[in-house]
Design a protein around this ligand. Structure first.
Ligand code: NDP
Ligand code: PYC
Length: 341
């Protein structure tokens, strides 16, 4: 059985910031990254929790991210704000430009934040959730790298391309979903490899395009999109909106950082924010209340809403702290000592 280590949320935060700063990230980047990772770990979104510290350190060691980059915000149009991450991590860029996006959404009704030139490793839900907490509906998407074969194809071309949506709720946490357009995130394949667990059938192909449940073969091959041609089409839409529309790369035009130093992981993210008050004025509360009947309808059938598991995990972690595999904790402590994994 896998041994686990329990950490308080404060300990998880300290460990994350220390590892990141030890490897050259500025305090601002370390804090923005730790906020996202600790939130993901707290909500038991393991593929984008503390495990991602390994990826951040590997990327900085290979020269794939500027750990001290200062994001530059610019106004592009009445409804468009841009932030150039300048080769740094997307999370500080988002935090730097978030208020400008909110202000534009409030004044225009609809606004887009285009993040460019960013190293992007994180879950998207914390970003859209933070916008819904300010009363906005929000949609976020980003391409990753060529990890996914199109439906009926055989070779990696598309990114794992996550899409996240949030809707503000009058009494309580927003409705949020956030998933990769691949059958699962690639991070989940890596966690299966670390745990020595086989994959679910239908997730991946090996290097010669044959179905596989071996995580190592899948990492060398290609993931499959969720929902066949429908997932493929959504994934292409994400590449277009978060790529050419905002003047940034497609998934196959980027690579994760590598030991040769020639991997350039930077790409874009597209975030749309909509202010219900601009559409509905004085009727906003009544219509938001009407949306609640849809959520109740789902729950009344014994089905669950996306985020329900996450919110339950959050309550548990706030009370009891988090647990991570001991092997991961050991790897993170080694990073702190500056030793190789
Ligand atoms: P999942 O396939 O686990 O799907 C996650 C979403 O589906 C969550 O909103 C989850 O809610 C919801 N969900 C799962 N099961 C159910 C159910 N039975 N009923 C209702 N809702 C359900 O996640 P993925 O592996 O696709 O993605 C994981 C993360 O990886 C995402 O946060 C994504 O942003 C991130 N990612 C980031 C990338 C990047 O380039 N930065 C690339 C790819 C992925 P709940 O959380 O409550 O279970
Ligand atoms: O899990 O697919 C993934 C992923 C790619 C980039 C960041 N996360």
């Amino acid at each position: 059985m896998t041994e686990h280590t329990r950490l308080s949320l404060d300990e998880a935060w300290q460990l994350s910031v220390e590892v990141l700063e030890h490897h050259g990230f500025s305090n601002e980047h370390a804090a923005a990254i730790a906020r996202s990772m600790v939130a993901a770990q707290r909500d038991e979104c393991h593929s984008h929790g503390l495990y991602r510290l390994l990826d951040c350190v590997r990327t900085v060691r290979h020269g794939g991210v500027d750990p001290r980059a200062v994001p530059q915000v610019s106004d592009r149009a009445p409804g468009v704000v841009n932030v150039d991450a300048a080769g740094g991590c997307s999370l500080l860029a988002f935090e730097t430009a978030r208020q400008a996006l909110v202000d534009k959404a409030r004044s225009q009704g609809v606004a887009v934040l285009a993040i460019n030139n960013a190293f992007h490793f994180s879950a998207l839900w914390p970003e859209v959730e933070s916008l819904a907490e300010q009363g906005l509906a929000a949609l976020a998407m980003t391409p990753s790298h060529a990890y996914v074969a199109p439906a009926s194809g055989h070779s990696p071309l598309l990114g794992t391309n996550p899409i996240a949506f949030a809707w503000p709720r009058p009494d309580g946490l927003p409705f949020v979903f956030d998933f990769a357009t691949s059958a699962v995130a690639r991070g989940e394949i890596e966690l299966h490899r670390r745990a020595g667990k086989p994959l679910t059938e239908g997730w991946a192909l090996d290097e010669v395009g044959q179905p596989t449940t071996d995580p190592t073969a899948a990492l060398a091959g290609a993931l499959l999109p969720f929902g066949g041609h429908k997932g493929t089409a959504l994934s292409i839409m994400i590449e277009l909106l978060a790529g050419p529309l905002i003047g940034d790369c497609l998934g196959h035009q980027t690579q994760p950082a590598n030991a040769n130093g020639d991997g350039k992981p930077q790409h874009g993210e597209f975030i749309l924010a909509l202010d219900p008050h601009a559409f509905l004025g004085a009727d906003t509360e009544a219509h938001l209340q009407r949306a609640e009947t849809l959520f109740s309808g789902v729950l009344d059938q014994g089905a669950r809403l996306p985020s329900q598991r996450r919110h339950a995990a959050r309550r548990r972690s706030l009370a009891e702290g988090i647990t991570i595999p001991k092997a991961l904790h050991d790897d993170l402590l080694r990073l702190l000592e500056g030793r190789e994994n």
